[in-house]
Design a protein around this ligand. Structure first.
Ligand code: NAG
Ligand code: NAG
Length: 356
């Protein structure tokens, strides 16, 4: 999703997964602004953490952040502009900003440190700014340079991507936490000094997942996207939407179904979760969502896992263990048997593939 290769006369935007080491220094020597070379490993790590977070957040969704669908390359016409594309842009952009900011706080860059610009100023009832705030301003500026520079077009797609990149950066800012220290006689806390800290990145991911569910569809007429007048309309349309919200232009395809053209595998064969005290509501409904609602059956597989347990130390010197057997039950989505197709109260669906 970042510019990493340069063919004579053509620029290709290639996904992180296209090449195993897309962020080598060479790539940036070729295409990145040279002054920003020092940040390239941080940017790469940030983009990677964004993708990992995407996979975590969507582990039990029909669309589960598959690598092939993450190709945001316009090359080959694979580039989509749906709700999921919006999330990928936002989380990647957030990951890059987050990592740059964290790197800065850890002293990894010579030219940046804590944000103490407000220190000493009144913050609110009973507290002053003080201490070492994470320097999100730095992370924001540098990540913008890297990530937004990839959108060279002036069409609605580019405007959408830029909007979602910004929403990702806003998410990092908006989830920062105020941390305070008490001052006063024996910790009486008559005054406090406070600073802003990054949250765990998980929190940014969870916040953006909520934004994903509330994503707004922007209607812009296709075909007319190249005239100057419509460029004005595009800018106007996008600027009327809050920068915190995720936006998309197209409806999502049916993720139940395999679609090779779009690089989608469908939900057949996916694992889902059923029982377990620690499951969230969303996880508990995963078999229904991935299998049942997609016209697939749930297959239960029991397996026994053998592991070492009750280990005891014997004088001298051996450790003896027992072999414990643990039952595990796994669930997967499988195609229904013929004749069972229209059974149950699941609405009939098209067959995914021809029967073998
Ligand atoms: C920034 O942090 C990431 C991950 O925490 C690390 O991989 C990377 O090397 C760091 N960058 C620099 C320049 O220290
Ligand atoms: C795959 O998706 C494309 C674009 O939405 C659609 O035109 C095509 O019919 C789909 N193919 C299959 C096999 O469903």
């Amino acid at each position: 999703m970042f510019r990493i290769g340069c063919y004579p006369g053509t620029l290709f935007l290639v996904s992180l997964f296209h090449l195993s080491h897309p962020w080598s220094v060479n790539n940036f020597l070729m295409t990145g602004p040279k002054a920003y070379l020092i940040y390239s490993s941080s940017v790469a790590a940030g983009a990677q953490s964004g993708i990992e977070e995407c996979k975590f957040q969507f582990a039990w969704d029909r669309w589960n952040c598959p690598e092939r669908a993450l190709q945001l390359s316009s090359h080959g016409g694979l580039r989509s502009a749906n709700r999921e594309t919006a999330f990928v842009h936002a989380i990647s952009s957030a990951g890059v900003m987050y990592t740059l900011t964290r790197n800065c706080s850890l002293g990894d860059f010579d030219n940046c440190g804590c944000d103490d610009s407000r220190n000493g100023q009144f913050g609110g009832q009973g507290w002053l700014w003080g201490g070492c705030s994470d320097n999100v301003g730095f992370g924001e500026a540098i990540s913008k340079q890297f990530v937004d520079a990839l959108e060279t077009g002036q069409d609605a797609r580019a405007a959408m991507n830029l909007h979602n990149n910004e929403a990702g950066r806003k998410a990092v800012k908006g989830t920062m936490k105020r941390t305070c220290k008490c001052h006063g006689v024996s910790g009486s806390c008559t005054t406090q000094t406070c600073w802003l800290q990054l949250p765990e990145f998980r929190e940014v991911g969870t916040y953006l997942k909520e934004k994903y569910h509330k994503g707004l569809k922007v209607d812009i007429l296709k075909g007319a996207a190249n005239s100057a007048a419509s460029r004005g309309a595009i800018i106007e349309t996008f600027s009327s939407i809050s920068k915190k919200e995720l936006v998309h232009l197209e409806d999502s395809p049916d993720y139940c179904l395999e679609n090779k053209t779009l690089g989608l595998l469908g939900t057949e064969g996916r694992e889902c979760l059923k029982r377990g005290k620690a499951l969230s509501k969303w996880e508990k409904r995963s078999c229904q969502r991935l299998c049942g609602d997609c016209g697939l059956a749930v297959e239960e597989q029991r397996a026994e896992m053998v592991s070492s347990c009750n280990c005891k130390f014997h004088w001298c010197c051996a450790v003896r263990c027992e072999q414990c057997r643990k039952r595990v039950t796994k669930y997967h989505c499988v195609r229904k048997e013929k004749g069972e197709q229209h059974g149950g109260n699941v609405p009939p669906r098209k067959l995914r593939r021809k029967q073998p």
